[in-house]
Design a protein around this ligand. Structure first.
Ligand code: UFG
Length: 346
C-alpha cells in the first residue's frame, strides 16, 4: 500500500489523518517534536484503529537528525507535512521563530525527499494566502495577497519554495491543500484539538466556555458587513479534511496528477457566521454558551468561504459532515478530555 511519513502527526489534523491512513491500510510513521502536542495522542490513534503508528520524536529543523531518519526509513513513499507553528498572534510577536521553524523544516524535508527517492509531498497550506478576497466564494485562481501575519507568510513562502523546488526536479511531486477552518474531532471522541493555554480559535473557545473553563466567549465584532454582523468563515469537519489527504496521497502515488505541483481548496463551500456557530452549538448539544460582543480582532478578515469545485471534481472529494455533526464531535471530545485525560494527569 505504502509507507507514509506524517510530520506533526500527534497534532490536531495530523492525528486525524494518521487514523484515516491506517484505516486505508497505509503504514504510518509519525515525526513530531511534541512542541504543541502530546505523545498520548498515539494511544487515541491506537484505540481507534488497533494500530500504534511508529513514532519518532525530533525536530525537523535538525538537518542531521532528519537525514538519519531517512537513512533508517529508506522505504518512505510519500510525506504529509503538517509540522509547523500555527499561532497567528504569536507569529506577530516572534516572527523569526515562525520563519525559521516553518521554512527550515520544509527545506530539510524537500532535500531528503530528493535524496531518498520519496515520491511526493502533501503540504498543509491555508486559505490565509487569499487574505480578504474580492470575490466569493474563493477559487484557487484568486490572487494571493500580501500576508497579514508572519504565520500566513510562511504558508505563502512554503508554497513558493515547493513550486520552485519541483520546477528544478520534475520527477518530484507535491500537492498543497489550502484548508479553510477545520473544526470538530473524531466521532469516537478519542482524539481532537488540544490547544495549550487559552484557545485562539473559535470552536475550542466555545467548547471550553460551555464546559465552564472560560467565563465567556468574546465575539470579535458584530459590525461586519454580513447578515448578522459577525464574521464569516468556512468551517469543515477535521475528519473530512483528513480524508482529503488520503485522496491526495493516492493521487501522488498512483501518478494521477495533471502536473507535478497542484493546489486545492478544501472547504464546504458554505459561509457560516460566529453567531451561527454559537447557535448551532447550543442547538445540537443543548448547552448554553455565555458570550459577549467585543471589538474586532486585529488582522481578522470579514468573510471568506471556499469554492471547493476543483477538489470536488478533480479529487472526487467532498466535505460530507454537517456543521452540527462537527460541533457535536468537538463537544464530545472536550468532555472526554476533561473527564478522562485531564483527571488521569492528576
Ligand atoms: N472568533 C471570535 N472569538 C474567539 C475566537 C474567534 O469571535 O474567541 C472569531 C474570529 O474573529 C473569526 C472566527 O471566529 O471571525 C474564526 O476565528 P478562528 O481564530 O477560529 O479562525 P481564523 O479564521 O481567524 O483562523 C484560521 C486558522 C489560521 C488561519 C486562518 C486563515 O486558525 O491558522 O484561519 O484564515 F491562518
Amino acid at each position: 500500500m505504502g509507507k507514509i511519513l506524517v510530520t506533526g502527526g500527534t497534532g490536531y489534523i495530523g492525528s486525524h489523518t494518521a487514523v484515516e491512513l491506517i484505516g486505508q491500510g497505509f503504514e504510518v510513521v509519525i515525526v513530531d517534536n511534541l512542541s504543541n502536542s502530546q505523545e498520548r495522542t498515539l494511544d487515541g490513534i491506537e484505540e481507534i484503529t488497533g494500530v500504534r503508528p511508529l513514532f519518532e520524536r525530533f525536530d525537523l529543523c535538525d538537518t542531521e537528525r532528519t537525514e538519519a531518519f531517512f537513512q533508517k526509513h529508506t522505504d518512505i513513499d510519500a510525506i504529509i507535512h503538517f509540522a509547523a507553528y500555527k499561532s497567528v498572534g504569536e507569529s506577530v510577536q516572534e516572527p523569526l521563530k515562525y520563519y525559521r521553524n516553518n521554512l527550515v523544516s520544509l527545506m530539510n524535508l524537500l532535500d531528503a525527499m530528493k535524496k531518498h527517492g520519496v515520491q511526493g509531498m502533501v503540504f498543509s497550506s491555508s486559505c490565509t494566502v487569499y487574505g480578504q478576497p474580492d470575490e466569493l466564494p474563493v477559487t484557487e485562481q484568486a490572487p494571493i495577497q500580501k500576508a497579514v501575519s508572519p504565520y500566513g507568510n510562511t504558508k505563502q513562502i512554503s508554497e513558493e519554495i515547493i513550486e520552485d523546488f519541483l520546477k528544478a526536479g520534475p520527477a518530484l511531486n507535491a500537492i498543497s491543500l489550502r484548508y479553510f477552518n477545520p473544526i470538530g474531532a473524531h466521532p469516537t471522541g478519542l482524539i481532537g484539538e488540544l490547544p495549550l493555554g487559552v484557545p485562539e480559535n473559535l470552536v475550542p473557545y466555545v467548547t471550553q466556555t460551555a464546559i465552564g473553563i472560560r467565563k465567556e466567549l468574546k465575539v470579535f465584532g458584530d459590525d461586519y458587513d454580513t447578515p448578522d454582523g459577525s464574521a464569516i468563515r468556512d468551517y469543515l469537519h477535521v475528519v473530512d479534511l483528513a480524508k482529503a489527504h488520503i485522496v491526495a496521497i493516492r493521487r501522488i502515488l498512483e501518478r494521477k496528477q495533471k502536473k507535478n505541483y497542484e493546489v486545492f481548496n478544501l472547504g464546504t463551500g458554505r459561509g457560516v457566521s460566529v453567531f451561527e456557530i454559537i447557535h448551532t452549538f447550543e442547538e445540537v448539544t443543548g448547552v448554553k454558551v455565555n458570550y459577549v460582543v467585543t471589538g474586532r480582532r486585529p488582522g481578522d478578515i470579514e468573510k471568506i468561504w471556499a469554492d471547493p469545485t476543483y477538489a470536488n471534481k478533480e479529487l472526487g472529494w467532498k466535505a460530507e459532515s454537517t456543521l452540527g455533526e462537527a460541533l457535536l464531535s468537538a463537544w464530545k471530545w472536550e468532555q472526554y478530555y476533561r473527564d478522562h485525560l485531564e483527571k488521569a494527569k492528576q
